[in-house]
Design a protein around this ligand. Sequence first.
Ligand SMILES: [Zn+2]
Length: 116
Amino acid sequence: MSIIACPQCGKRTSSLSPICDHCGLKSGEAGEGDVQRYQKRKLRRRIYHLNMATYAIMTVVIIAFGWYWVATNSMQEPTSSYGPYYLMMAAAVAYLAVRVLLFRAKRERKALRQTQ
Ligand SMILES: [Zn+2]
């Protein structure tokens, strides 16, 4: 087995794999099972990244809350900055977007499982 550069995307992929891991370019001997394996791998990776994005957003929420805590002097005064609200709102929008993408990826994975 050797590592070669994919002729389509230029990224490194195994010479034994009939489908490029990165862009899905098929070589001559790619069969139906290879296509499904590739799609599954791609979905698994997408779900992994979306989960990571969820953790990153949660970190942003914690930072926003810390900022809010400081801006309100431990919630004893009216806020001195709207920054925490904007950050919290941005995190909420990002969270919803990630949840929608995650939902779609999982539905796709389920559909893929049912075809096998
Ligand atoms: Zn490729």
